[in-house]
Write a protein of this length. Structure first.
Length: 844
């Protein structure tokens, strides 16, 4: 019968028992005794007193005793046990040598009623049997056949007869054995040192409590890397950490269920399993639980609990770790007992007790339906998720208010910003958070002040995300930008409430910033130059007290500006260059180039006008520089068209162009051919008249038909000859014109360009095949932007997106990756440098 069935029938059984008690007032009762322990090979008694309802002893009952070995086989089967006058029914026997738990049932039959009680007992090995007695040891020693006082052979003589062996002359480091005074002096020294050690132990115990709390924090301080951040650096993902925490909580629950199933198997089959089988199961459980020092969240229960403690510092995580420790201690205790004593009742009870620890662990983990107020792991996860949603919502509100600057009224903007500030400070975890909202801008403009306040709120939200993502004990820095001119502002904080921390700060300024652009910086900060990256960076180290927060700033000139006058100037230049191309063969190309230039300039204006924050402004400036580089390339192409049109106009007027010159050449050759044909026919006609006068009419009539044929040939052949001559002449003229038009760009190349080519050739020769800068074109596929990577790897950080076709310099190669550099129109300032896949490059 299953456990469920027994539970369901329990009320019926209780009801029947109560009715039977009222129907038979003379029912028999047996006083249950606690399980007894018997010693192997010694007398053991199992029995019970039997009374009626008035507690009068019954001596007429028929009692039986049945017992089984630990392996389940029969041990005792006593059908009749006699009674004493006081109602005692007992059976005496010699405990067997097999140790373990003996299941025993004691039953008595009185007046047709039968009652049974559990009288199981445990057989233990005697202390004396665990080893030989003193008599046995002495007998074994002195009765050994070869053992005598003088039976050591030559060992004694070898020692005492050694020529240089004396009590004071041993080959010790000091040259002699220790004397009594040496021993007394050493004893005094040991006594003094023992007193000192006792004092040190006391002092150590006093500081142990404090060091235990700060141990993890100090380890992180020693081993963590230098903090580096930049305005385009991706912050550690809080959502990824939350997802990982959910996975860890699920793993704890799954592992605890595995331990539960194995422990239930042990308790249900304890009697039938051998010691080796039990130890194998315990080793499997020990592997699942792991070691106390485990830190990997995927390794064991200890690793998962320790990861939660380090990552979040929750009290619930510490309680989970305590329960895992209790489970591990229980398993280790049972292992040790089995290894030394074999199976016992105490080990069995410890295995049964694992269920209590597992129940507590399961309650601490909880489930995915737990609300933030639940004191479980899933409750804490829900709390962090709710906090992250609040931060995201407030950040979106900040962006909306920033976008409405200049549109909404000042009072409306101030009301909204104050409300957002209250909401953020309500959930804030950063100590002294108001420092992030202070501003050092010298600009008294109300609009910029309110914008900087909003940017500070946005930075505070980002700092709270960093705090949650990095953990409550790790110091960190967060850098953002404010206006006036452009201020790089950093918040550094020590969230630990126990230890001081030295917080290093390092971040790179944008590559456009030069030394002369840096206006001022706070004390403790240094601006240095990185020759490898060709960038300036800000560096400093600050010691922060527990719970201390600081803000530091560097102010630079606002160099990320593209004025409308500059755009208008380029637009006007394109307009003026396209005018000379009207009524020329280059007009269509000129219109296309001019249209492309205007589109790029409109895009530049759109990019700069939509940038609301300094970060957006810098990114827009970089994208605009790429568009301007494309504009300059097309402007140069437009200038070349104008130069070609002007060169052709010097020969053939406004018609101009290589195609028009070719057509006029063909016309002139054809006209010349017809003129030659005219003169040839006229000369032929004169000769023909003279011949007709001499020839007789008879001969003329006879040869009329052949003459007609010869006349046709005389007319056709000159036409064919003139056509061939005209074709050859036209082909020659066209070839000369085309070659001349192709050679003109080379002739128009400036002297400076030729010098530059010579320099490039010299440099290329000196590089011995290493290669130099090669101009290539980046092409788009399916109109998707080309990603520029920081390293030649698909998973590397993206430093920029090229959204239009542009020419770049190829400087290095690595497999299927090419390192490219995009410079400004003067070729002096590097706008973008990184790696792109070679499939996006088109070599000229």
């Amino acid at each position: 019968m299953s456990k469920t069935a027994r539970i369901k029938n329990l009320p019926s059984l209780l009801f029947i028992a109560i009715i039977a008690a009222f129907m038979h007032p003379q029912s028999i009762k047996a006083a249950a005794g606690s399980p007894s322990a018997c010693v192997s090979s010694q007398t053991c008694v199992v029995g019970e007193f039997v009374y009626d309802d008035s507690y009068n002893p019954l001596t007429t009952a028929t009692c039986t005793l049945k017992s089984r070995y630990p392996d389940g086989s029969a041990f005792l089967d006593i059908d009749s046990i006699t009674s004493t006058t006081d109602g005692w029914y007992g059976y005496s026997f010699t405990a067997p040598s097999t140790t373990g738990y003996y299941r025993t049932q004691f039953c008595c039959l009185v007046d047709g009623e039968n009652m049974c009680i559990d009288k199981s007992f445990e057989v233990k090995a005697s202390d004396a049997s665990s080893g030989p007695s003193a008599t046995e040891i002495a007998s074994a020693v002195w009765s050994y056949s070869g053992r005598t006082l003088s039976g050591f052979g030559s060992l004694v003589s070898n020692i005492w007869d050694y020529a240089t062996r004396t009590l004071t002359g041993a080959s010790l480091s000091s040259g002699s054995l220790a004397t009594k005074s040496d021993v007394e002096s050493l004893s005094s020294t040991v006594s003094t040192n023992s007193s000192d050690i006792a004092g040190l132990v006391k002092t150590t115990n006093e500081i142990k409590k404090t060091t235990q709390e700060t141990r993890l924090t100090l380890e992180q301080l020693v081993n963590r890397p230098i903090i580096q951040n930049f305005i385009e650096e991706d912050n550690l993902s809080l959502n990824s950490k939350i997802d990982q925490t959910k996975t860890v909580a699920d793993s704890i629950f799954i592992n605890s269920q595995f331990v539960r199933s194995k422990s239930q198997l042990l308790s249900s089959r304890w009697a039938s399993l051998s010691n080796d089988e039990i130890l194998d199961i315990l080793m499997e459980l020990k592997k699942t639980v792991g070691e106390k020092t485990d830190k990997d969240a995927s390794s064991s229960l200890f690793g998962q609990a320790n990861w939660l403690k380090d990552a979040w510092g929750w009290k619930e995580a510490e309680t989970v770790a305590d329960q895992v420790l209790a489970i591990e201690s229980t398993i280790s205790s049972v292992q040790n007992t089995l290894a030394s004593q074999g199976k016992s009742n105490s080990s069995y009870r410890e295995i049964k007790g694992l269920a209590l620890y597992l129940d507590t662990l399961e309650k601490l983990v909880g489930d995915a339906s737990n609300k933030p107020e639940a004191k479980t792991l899933y409750g804490k996860i829900s709390e962090v998720k709710s906090l992250a949603l609040v931060l995201d919502k407030n950040e979106a509100e900040v962006d909306k208010v920033i976008a409405s600057l200049g549109v909404s009224s000042e009072s409306e903007i101030e009301t909204k910003s104050n409300q957002i500030m209250r909401n953020v400070l309500t959930v804030n975890k950063i100590p002294k958070a108001l420092l992030a909202l202070s501003t050092k801008s010298n600009d008294s403009s109300y609009l910029k002040q309110i914008k900087n306040k909003l940017l500070g709120l946005k930075a505070l939200i980002a700092s709270n995300r960093l705090y949650l993502a990095k953990g409550p004990k790790v110091a960190f820095a967060n850098t953002w930008l404010e206006e006036g001119s452009v201020v790089f502002k950093s918040l550094i904080t020590n969230p630990s409430n126990i230890a001081k921390q030295k917080v290093p700060l390092k971040y790179y300024l944008p590559p456009e910033v030069k030394e002369e652009d840096i206006l001022d910086k706070d004390q403790g900060l240094e601006v240095k130059y990185d020759a490898e990256k060709n960038q300036y960076y800000v560096e400093g180290e600050f010691e922060l007290a527990p719970g201390e927060t600081k803000t530091l700033s560097v102010r630079v000139n606002d160099i990320w500006v593209i004025s409308k006058d500059q755009i208008d100037s380029l637009r006007k230049q394109a307009e003026e260059l396209s005018r000379p191309l009207e009524k020329t063969a280059y007009f269509a190309q000129g219109v296309t180039l001019k249209s492309d230039i205007n589109v790029s300039l409109d895009k530049v204006l759109n990019l700069t006008s939509q940038a609301n924050t300094p970060e957006q402004k810098i990114r827009a400036y970089r994208e605009a520089q790429i568009e301007l580089a494309s504009v300059n390339q097309k402007m140069d192409a437009l200038k070349n068209l104008v130069a070609q049109a002007s060169s052709a106009g010097a020969y053939l007027g406004f018609v101009g162009g290589a195609q028009v010159l070719t057509i006029w050449g063909i016309v002139m050759v054809v006209v010349a051919g017809f003129a030659l044909l005219f003169f040839y026919l006229r000369a032929t006609k004169g000769r023909k008249a003279k011949k007709v006068e001499v020839v007789e009419e008879r001969v003329a009539s006879q040869n009329e038909k052949p003459k007609t044929r010869r006349g046709i040939l005389r007319v056709v052949i000159p036409f064919i000859l003139v056509g061939i001559l005209s074709s050859l002449t036209s082909a020659f003229v066209v070839r000369q014109v085309v070659l001349k038009s192709l050679d003109k760009p080379k002739e128009n190349t400036s002297k400076e360009a030729r010098v530059e080519e010579e320099k490039t050739a010299v440099l290329s020769a000196s590089d011995e095949g290493k290669g130099g800068e090669e101009i290539v074109k980046i092409v788009l596929k399916d109109k998707k932007p080309v990603l520029v990577k920081e390293k030649p790897d698909v998973d590397a950080k993206t430093v920029f997106e090229i959204k239009s076709e542009v020419e770049v310099a190829r400087v290095d190669e690595a497999g299927s990756w090419v390192k490219v550099v995009l410079k400004d129109k003067n070729g002096l300032k590097v706008l973008v440098e990184g790696w792109v896949e070679s499939q996006f490059l088109l070599t000229h």
